[in-house]
Design a protein around this ligand. Structure first.
Ligand code: ZN
Length: 66
């Protein structure tokens, strides 16, 4: 089990840490952004849901370090 500082991710727009209940989009570059912070110049969206559900589905914080 790898534990690191990437457990807590901040929104690139408003710079706030995500809460598990926050509604977010996931774009095609695997960037998470708040739905309320989304603008038309953001990359195309491939998924949406709560931050918790997105993180569980895509498991960003479990990347192996070679
Ligand atoms: Zn935001």
């Amino acid at each position: 089990m790898i534990k690191n500082d990437f457990d807590r991710v901040r929104c690139p727009r408003c710079r706030r840490f995500y809460l598990n209940k926050d509604q977010v989009f996931l774009d095609i570059a695997n960037t998470i952004i708040h739905i309320k912070c989304y603008t038309l110049d953001t990359l195309p969206i491939k998924d949406r849901g709560t931050y918790k559900s997105i993180m569980e589905q895509y498991e960003f914080d479990k990347q192996e370090i070679p």
